[in-house]
Design a protein around this ligand. Structure first.
Ligand code: ZN
Length: 118
């Protein structure tokens, strides 16, 4: 779940909690807080510096394993692993990779694509 940072809009109307800012773990679907939970003064969401934004996750053990399978030419193994991991982590890059590997393994996905045309 993502962490959001909030800070008092007006530092004169703030408490120790919101003056220097605080972090809240919220679901993406939850609406942003507008008031400090302690002093009820107005707060606004502060964006994290870009370095904290997770873009392109680091290589995991599974990534390495998939790569290994690909190197060995074990495409269906690589695809299955990527597919499973994509399901678990909701990573779009792995989903694409799984598809690519399935194709290389000889699976025919064209017949699945056709139904979107109707
Ligand atoms: Zn406050």
């Amino acid at each position: 779940m993502p962490t959001y940072a909030y800070r008092a809009i007006d530092s004169k109307k703030s408490c120790n909690h919101c003056r220097q800012g605080f972090e809240v773990i919220q679901r993406m679907t939850e609406s942003a807080l507008t008031r400090c939970p302690k002093c009820k003064n107005s707060i606004s969401r502060v964006l994290f510096p870009p370095t904290v934004v997770i873009k392109g996750s680091p290589l995991t053990e599974t990534d390495r394993k998939i790569k290994e399978y690909e190197r060995e030419g074990m495409w269906s193994h690589a695809a299955e692993l990527a597919d499973k991991e994509a399901e678990k982590t909701k990573r779009e890059d792995l989903r694409v990779r799984a598809l690519e590997d399935y194709k290389k393994a000889g699976y025919d996905f064209d017949k699945y694509d056709k139904k979107e045309d109707s």
